[in-house]
Design a protein around this ligand. Sequence first.
Ligand code: TXA
Ligand code: MG
Length: 316
Amino acid sequence: MNNIQTEHLSPDASGLSRAAELLSAGGLVAFPTETVYGLGADARNDLAVARIFEAKGRPRFNPLIVHVASASAAQRYVTWSDTAEKLARAFWPGPLTLVLPLKPGTGLSPLVTAELPTLAIRVPAHPLAHQLLSTFDGPVAAPSANPSGKISPTTAAHVTEGLSGRIEAILDGGPCPVGVESTILGLSGTPTLLRPGGIPAEAIEQILGAPLAHHTTADPLTAPGQMLSHYAPGARVRLNATSTTADELLLGFGPVDCALNLSPTGSLTEAAANLFHHLHALDAKQPKGIAVSPIPDTGLGRAINDRLRRAAAPRD
Ligand code: TXA
Ligand code: MG
């Protein structure tokens, strides 16, 4: 299905009401969040949710995050806990996804959770995402708005490049400020970091007053979507590079001579915001390889290195 006329919606009242109208009619609408663009559908509509998987080429066993406007809306869908309350107060709205036991009989499509007993849910901080969720007034299932396995989108142009003709609309909110996806935290047992992301693990540990458990192996029951190869550009990717070969372009960090720099001053916040944008831009030059400078593995650096390791992983 590659023949839909994808509407480009502007970030104003008429764009927002059109986006909400399309969602209500079972359409797929890409919208900006503070992390990356999401590909939204009404999470209660089986057909609409099924179309997300089809448009992305995403395996059906990989569940989706539900986006809602507030923590009280989240509590309709999941069994809440004191830990969830603490973290929601500290980090919502914002780039933190909580995985909690799914309440029965909520009306969510079973495709959203891929039949798991848990639901991943978050309240995004981007003003347009918030306005869209409030106008639509329902749960929105939204993975990142990229073809499965490819580089995540941080601009409307990235979404157009990957999904134009497969989705009803793109709400253009400019570049996403955080630039890496939400941190995913499993809360059905011991708090476990399932995916490093926009909220550093250290900040979460500080609120919890205890270290997080780390998800280590690719356990399909707790972290179904953490495939090793992901975010893959066309070029092969080499990490911790201090020099380049003739057929490589250098993605730099800090004061180095390079094709594109994630942050000349060595700011991890700036590097996260630039990461997917620069990977898209370097890949468009079609080099054989992209070499990447070493990046410190603390704070947001953990999310950046996680994405880069997956971009560099063998593709099979
Ligand atoms: O920042 C983000 O989280 C973005 C924006 C659009 O909100 N969304 C995003 O969605 O990154 P996606 O689908 O690209 O990644 C969601 C991840 C997948 O790895 C999926 O396997 C995992 O969340 N996930 C979803 N439901 C889960 C569950 N019940 N238990 C464990 N992991 C889950
Ligand atoms: Mg994704």
